[in-house]
Design a protein around this ligand. Structure first.
Ligand code: FAD
Ligand code: AMP
Length: 480
């Protein structure tokens, strides 16, 4: 008999959720995690809780409050002077939030009877997991089912090797102890824009160098255009078509880096005090699998799985950032739940078409479903409804009225195919549409629903009404 019904390797949001769910379904479950703290105690929560979603949002919230206090209150008639920032205190608060949450996972493991195994796991053949603990001791465990959830790590590029002090990755950018005067960010993706925003709000002069000519190519381009305008107004100097090719660390006492990049005009150089490399993430699978375990990876290192996260080998699954699809915590968690249910003998699936995506700049940018560009490429006929927050009473009352809600619906059936929002609380507003779209809503259904007044969600209501030319609080465009 195997030691466990289920062994999960990795305790990030994909792995720890899978482990808790499996145990809740009555399966004897263990979760192997290699992350430890200064006291050699296991740390759960993976990238999300430790160096990703949560700490970045803690700093985004702190820096937003600072920016508001610095220049957002006068309009309300509130006078504030001598606003200052204690960066080490801000970083310490972020760490406190992280500790509280990671400790919470340890508690959840306990109440749900998930056994934590501390060490680095490797899948051997015949569903054996080898665990090397932090003293180098090797143990092996067998399980009827294995869930691989080893996650991802930041990509490094040869032109900008990290030195951990001046040139850092996203993890290093969550640890600065003072505001850099001039900060370079390589990559105008989600993480680059969020971290660039944090330090820009605190007073850094931020230059974002992005190799590709398009801004946020995966985002609906009407929303992306608005985002670029707003972020530029906030002070981010976003240079598109700027490919970083080299960097030289300054010698001597004056720390810093000279970055070389190429744009349409040729080679250029910029000096920075700090440089954040945010050029994407790659799956962490190179040491996870023995050569003979039978699990396949693709050319980029992602574990090959089907729509149900099966590797094709009986009882071996993979979830989260280490498999195809968007690298998002909630996507991995839902995969974890689905796999646990399948192992427990239930029918389960995940609607990959309706995974929401959020960029936590201010205003937030949130989306679900198809963009206008995707619908055009697919030859789908659609109607569009747009409602600007400038026409929302609640947004104006809060002096937070940049942005819009955009809803795309099938021209024939009126079924909502996409919702794209840039604006206050966009993540929460888009989530209402995720729920509605999960139930195949039409724009008319949303239009017939009662929304509270005055609330930001009224912008969603009006955008849905606008799809069919029925908006009340803006002039309706002709149906296209
Ligand atoms: P991970 O969170 O990477 O966890 C994998 C775990 O497995 C780690 O704890 C690792 O130590 C462990 N592990 C790996 N190999 C082994 C092994 N061999 N043995 C034992 N343990 C192992 N996503 C969002 O949805 N929203 C956001 O706002 C968001 N913000 C982000 C901000 C930043 C700065 C970053 C870097 C990421 C952000 N993400 C966000 C992405 C999100 O963090 C990831 O999608 C998510 O953490 C992936 O979950 P995972 O469980 O697959 O992997
Ligand atoms: P994401 O994958 O969303 O985190 O975004 C990473 C971004 O980094 C992408 O938009 C890439 O085009 C960009 N990028 C990658 N390499 C370079 C480079 N050498 N110089 C500038 N931008 C880069």
């Amino acid at each position: 008999m195997a030691d466990y019904d289920v062994i999960v390797i990795g305790a990030g949001p994909a792995g720890y959720v899978a482990a808790i769910k499996a145990s809740q379904l009555g399966l004897k479950t263990a979760c192997v995690e290699k992350w430890i703290d200064e006291q050699s105690k296991p740390v759960y929560g993976g990238t999300c809780l430790n160096t990703g979603c949560i700490p970045s949002k803690a700093l985004l919230d702190s820096s937003h409050k600072f920016a508001e206090a610095s220049h957002g209150f006068e309009v309300h008639g509130i006078q504030v002077s001598n606003v200052g920032i204690d960066v080490p205190a801000m970083i310490a608060r972020k760490e406190k939030v992280v500790k509280q949450l990671t400790g919470g996972i340890a508690g959840l493991f306990k109440v749900n009877k998930v056994e934590g195994i501390s060490g680095t796991g490797k899948l051997l053949k015949n569903k054996i997991v080898e665990v090397t603990d932090h003293d180098g001791k090797v143990l092996t465990f067998s399980a009827d089912n294995i869930i691989l959830a080893s996650g991802s790590v930041p990509i490094e590029i040869p032109p900008t090797p990290l030195d951990g002090e001046v040139i850092v990755d996203s993890t290093g950018a969550l640890e600065f102890q003072e505001v850099p005067k001039r900060l370079g960010v390589i990559g105008a993706g989600v993480i680059g824009l969020e971290l660039g925003s944090v330090w820009s709000r605190l007073g850094a002069e931020v230059v974002v160098l992005e190799a590709v000519d398009a801004f946020l190519p995966m985002v609906d381009q009407q929303i992306a255009k608005e985002a670029k305008k707003i972020l530029t107004k906030q002070g981010l100097d976003i240079r598109l078509g700027a490919k970083v090719t080299a960097s030289t660390l300054k010698k001597g006492k004056a720390k810093g880096v000279t970055v070389t990049f190429e744009d349409s005009e040729g080679e250029k150089k910029e000096d920075f005090d700090k440089l954040i490399v945010c050029v994407g993430r790659r799956p962490l699978t190179e040491t996870l699998l023995s050569d003979d375990c039978g699990v396949e990876t693709d050319e980029r290192g992602f574990i090959v799985v089907d729509d149900h996260c099966s590797t094709g080998l009986a009882g071996i699954y993979a979830v989260g950032d280490s498999v195809r699809g968007p690298m998002l915590a909630h996507k991995g968690s839902e995969e974890g739940v689905m796999v646990a249910e399948i192992i427990a003998g239930q029918k389960a699936s995940l609607n990959y078409d309706l995974i929401p995506n959020v960029i936590y700049t201010h205003p937030e940018i949130a989306a679900v479903g198809k963009t206008e560009e995707q619908l055009k490429a697919e030859g789908v006929k659609y109607n569009t409804g747009v409602f600007p927050f400038a026409a929302s009473g609640r947004a104006l009352a809060a002096n937070d009225s940049d942005g819009m809600v955009k809803i795309l619906a099938d021209a024939e059936t009126d079924r909502v195919l996409g919702c794209h929002i840039i604006g206050p609380s966009a993540a929460d507003l888009a989530q209402t549409m995720v729920v509605a779209m999960e139930f195949s809503t039409s724009a008319e259904d949303i239009g017939m629903t009662v929304f509270s007044h005055p609330a930001l969600c009224e912008a969603v209501h009006e955008a849905a009404l606008a799809v069919n030319g029925h908006a009340i609080h803006i002039a309706n465009r002709k149906k296209r």
